[in-house]
Design a protein around this ligand. Structure first.
Ligand SMILES: *Cc1c(COP(=O)(O)O)cnc(C)c1O
Length: 494
């Protein structure tokens, strides 16, 4: 029996994994959720003997049940190969009493690679299984890291085109350079005169635009999404939490069944939801610590039960988390409402119309495994600097938000549980913020001088992803207004 996927907003929807992957978003605007969270099929001990790819297979096969073993293994083998600069794929590094799970060893040096290096393969396989003849057009809004990781994943993949919208002043210089230098005839990158939420709303609108859908179908195209709402991104993200646990077990840092805490620097709530799914599968996890930057909507939500996006949008040094509407939270709302699509649809309508909603006390009780913390810009910089001074280990700004949240959690609770911190980007991607956190004097240097300096003080080679953009040509110069996004899509596809 296949595991079916429901819509968070309509209980009548029920599709197989391949269809959920192809569509990305439900027609009713809801997100696809598995009808139940499957249990791990192998013991933690058995999993600890496996490598990353085999763990990936064991976890993913429970969710993507309509792929054959050969199909799924092909996807995994095509994703987690030499594109990663270490065979471990996601190494754990101990520093100052916590374990940093380095999720940035892929092609674009941010954790988005973990899912986006496999998504194109999952999508092409899904298209084949469902006899899709149209070309798939990936439409994506990015706060900086998704865009490049999706571009790298889909560039020159036959039968696909990819269009990426990014907030033109809301990403780091390296993130921007990475995107606008992207090669591949099927790629199109557009800067938007707005913030990430504007980009995301614009993209969601196009997905819901029936006329546009028909117009594209006539030309042999159909949309899909590479955003973290796609179940094909969420499932591969569950893998590394299971992997991290089993590495700790293998290295005798914990005993079998011992609980760990997981800290995740959070934006769209995808990565931490994956950690929660890992826990639901049976991974021994005590607390899921949700770390926000100064855009602390989630911190407030966990304290009060009210989600309220009506506030100033703050540009921070952790731009991939500068988000006021955490799309994947909708899945959590659905789960804690007791899989109530009607109630979830109602909350999302309130969010759309008034920018806020308040969950019931009963739903709030369903969030007991989570706790929220946030780091100010000062606290983020202080964490980078103190960890470097104490250990020589250099972390990026997003990871530092998580590190700071963890320090606050320990101070509040004195909890000594072994803890994994999701390290979501290489410090090289945010070299200016990282280096000036260590010493303000660095601010006078240019971006690539900072990269070289970082390599020296951190004693790590400059990643290939950075070397590549040093002298690359800018290929994408299009900029548009929020209202002009649809016209750009029509232009590119005509
Ligand atoms: C996307 C991103 C995040 C936020 O992850 P979500 O799944 O959106 O919560 C955190 N850090 C980095 C570096 C990212 O690229």
């Amino acid at each position: 029996m296949d595991l079916m996927y429901k819509s968070t907003r309509d209980s009548n929807v029920s599709v197989k994994a391949s269809q959920a992957i192809l569509k990305g978003l439900c027609d009713d605007g809801g997100l696809f959720v598995p009808e139940k969270i499957p249990a791990l099929g192998k013991s933690l001990k058995d999993l600890s003997e496996m490598d990353y790819k085999d763990v990936a297979y064991e976890v993913m096969k429970e969710f993507i049940t309509d792929f054959s073993e050969e199909e799924l293994k092909n996807c995994i083998n095509n994703a987690y190969d030499e594109k990663f600069d270490t065979e471990e794929i996601a190494p754990l590094v101990e520093a100052d009493g916590a374990f940093y799970l380095e999720l940035f060893h892929g092609k674009t040096i941010a954790f988005k690679d973990m899912a986006l290096s496999i998504l194109p393969h999952l999508m092409i396989t899904s298209a084949r299984k469902n006899n899709i003849k149209n070309d798939i057009v990936i439409l994506t809004a990015t706060s900086g890291d998704t865009g490049k990781a999706a571009l790298a994943g889909f560039a020159d993949v036959k039968g696909t085109k990819i269009i990426v919208f990014y907030p033109k002043d809301g990403v780091s210089p390296v993130q921007k350079l990475q995107m606008v230098t992207q090669k591949g005839d099927n790629t199109f990158v557009v800067g938007v005169d707005g913030n990430f939420d504007d980009c995301q709303t614009g993209v969601k609108k196009m997905f819901a635009d029936k006329e546009l859908k028909d117009e594209l179908a006539a030309k042999g195209y159909q949309f899909s999404s590479a955003n973290s709402i796609n179940i094909g991104r969420l499932v591969p993200q569950i893998v590394y939490y299971v992997y991290a646990y089993t590495r700790l077990l293998k290295n005798e840092m914990i005993t079998d069944g011992q609980k760990i805490n997981i800290v995740v620097p959070t934006g769209n709530f995808g990565n931490i939801l994956a950690a929660n799914y890992a826990k639901q599968m049976g991974l021994p996890v005590k607390k899921l610590i949700c770390a926000s930057n100064e855009n602390k909507v989630l911190f407030d939500f966990f304290r009060t039960g009210t989600y309220d996006r009506n506030r100033q949008f703050i540009l921070t040094s952790s731009p991939s988390m500068d988000i006021l509407i955490s799309s994947n939270l909708e899945r959590m709302i659905y789960h804690i409402s007791g899989d109530d699509a009607k109630a979830t649809a109602e909350f999302m309508k309130e969010l759309r119309e008034s920018g806020r909603y308040t969950i019931t006390d009963k739903m709030k009780a369903g969030l007991k495994d989570f706790c929220g913390y946030y780091a100010s810009e000062e606290a983020t910089a202080a964490k980078i600097s103190s960890l470097f001074e104490d250990t020589g280990y250099v972390i990026d700004t997003h990871t530092a938000v998580a590190g700071s949240a963890y320090d606050q959690y320990v101070k509040d609770t004195a909890d000594e549980t072994t803890t994994v911190i999701a390290s979501t980007a290489s410090p090289f991607k945010f070299a200016r913020s990282v280096m000036t956190a260590i010493d303000k004097e660095y601010d006078s240097k240019d971006d690539f001088e900072l990269v070289d300096e970082l390599s020296k003080i951190g004693n790590v080679a400059v990643p290939n992803a950075i070397e590549e953009i040093r002298n690359a040509d800018v290929r994408h110069k299009t900029v548009c207004s929020v209202d002009g996004m649809k016209a750009e899509v029509q232009k590119f596809l005509s």
